[in-house]
Design a protein around this ligand. Structure first.
Ligand code: FEO
Length: 396
């Protein structure tokens, strides 16, 4: 991936790997980096770039783009999305190719002006509009909120390539091949779901709308702007997105605890034992203070059962658990079973806060609710075991 890679007929990958950014959006850890995929479609009459990459990768991106252009000028830039990880180099392209025209929809243009001061040489497209490059007719479809209001996708009917931008994207830089048939599914699925849970999940209803809209297209390849390019089993990828956006969870449970001195951790372990007692084989136990919250969100999105256990801190819910609850409320998970438990010493607070959370999140609540004073007694731990057992039975 150190040079432009031909991805389909007249279609080039000109993206870059980022191993230097620690936190995507200054929020989400990138232990395996992230790729910014950008593309070039070389028609017989004109050449169009699809998106750019993040600012610091100017030289590498321009070198690949120039290589793929093979001596031609760049005529168009299709702006599928204005977030700077894809739109970082728009102004620089105009400097290099002054006749360049920008293609976006009505919601793109204020952002284009705001970020780059660009108001000229723009072509505003609507849903279903096309651009004929000669041998390749690009068709545009808006997909609002995937991931911003101006987001759109671009379809090339001659190759069947859907340039899907953030949709179908995943964390993780390219290691070796860039295509799905060049790597094992285990190398991309977890990071794609982690990306979904962190970035896209809030807009799952819109994903369903987009899937319906795109369902009329004869898609043969899906080339997103992050992560793996799909050309082997498109149906599998669309089915994953359908499943995640419908929130059809798998049989399994996530148990998350916040504990200062290990007492609430023991309660969480008893819940896990109850889940195991109900023959649930996929159980994920997370310390909310230490685990990467995007991995917690990923697994909550993956599985049907969730248990949250936390101690009280300064009369309120343990802060890292409060942060997780806030992220969950923002994403509105559905079709899950929820168990809660709190602990306290000199002041109650955690269970009450978790009860309020449970009311707001509207997941199916599983009993018993548990509140423990100081260290859990054997009876307390038995109740936690029962909670795990009941959660397990609910998803069996
Ligand atoms: Fe990858 Fe919403 O930008």
């Amino acid at each position: 991936m150190y040079e432009a890679i031909q991805a389909n007929k007249d279609t080039w990958w000109v993206g870059v790997n980022d191993h230097e950014t620690d936190l995507f959006e200054s929020l989400w850890p990138l232990p395996q980096g992230v790729a910014y995929n950008a593309y070039l479609v070389n028609g017989t009459n004109a050449a169009a770039a699809i998106d750019t990459v993040k600012g610091p990768w100017l030289d590498e991106y321009i070198n690949k783009l120039t290589q793929a252009l093979n001596g031609r000028a760049l005529n168009y830039l299709v702006i599928n999305h204005m977030e700077p990880d894809h739109a970082g180099l728009i102004a620089q392209l105009k400097t290099k190719w002054p006749a360049l025209k920008f293609i976006g929809n009505a919601k793109t243009m204020p952002l284009l002006k705001g970020y780059h001061g660009i108001e000229d040489d723009i072509i505003t497209v609507k849903d279903g509009d096309t651009l004929d490059l000669g041998g390749h007719i690009l068709k545009f479809a808006t997909v609002p909120m995937l991931h911003w209001p101006e987001s759109m996708v671009t379809f090339d009917a001659s190759t069947g390539v859907l340039f899907s931008n953030d949709s179908f994207g995943g964390f993780g830089a390219h290691e070796g091949g860039i295509f799905d048939d060049e790597k094992n599914k285990s190398r991309w699925e977890d990071e794609m779901l982690r990306y979904y849970a962190a970035i896209v999940a809030k807009y799952s209803n819109m994903v369903q709308g987009a899937l319906r809209k795109l369902g009329t297209l004869e898609i043969k390849n899906i080339f997103p702007s992050h992560g793996t390019l799909f050309r082997e089993d498109i149906k599998q990828v669309i089915n994953l997105y359908d499943k995640w956006s419908r929130q059809e969870g798998e049989q399994g449970a996530v148990v998350v605890y916040g504990s200062m001195y290990g007492n609430t951790r023991r309660m969480a372990e008893a819940v896990c034992a109850g889940l195991s007692g109900a023959k649930i084989k996929d159980v994920r136990l997370y310390d909310v203070s230490r685990a990467d919250i995007s991995c917690i969100l990923r697994d909550i999105w993956r599985y049907k059962a969730l248990a949250l256990l936390a101690c009280t801190y300064n009369t309120v819910l343990f802060p890292p658990m409060d942060a997780l609850c806030s992220k969950l409320l923002n994403r509105t998970p559905k079709n899950k079973f929820l168990g809660i438990a709190g602990s306290y010493s000199w002041s109650k607070g955690a269970l009450t806060a978790l009860q309020v959370f449970a009311e707001k999140i509207k997941l199916a609540k599983i009993d018993p609710e548990i509140e423990v004073f100081t260290s859990p007694t054997p009876e307390d731990l038995q109740k936690c075991f029962e909670l795990g057992l009941n959660l397990g039975e609910a998803i069996s």
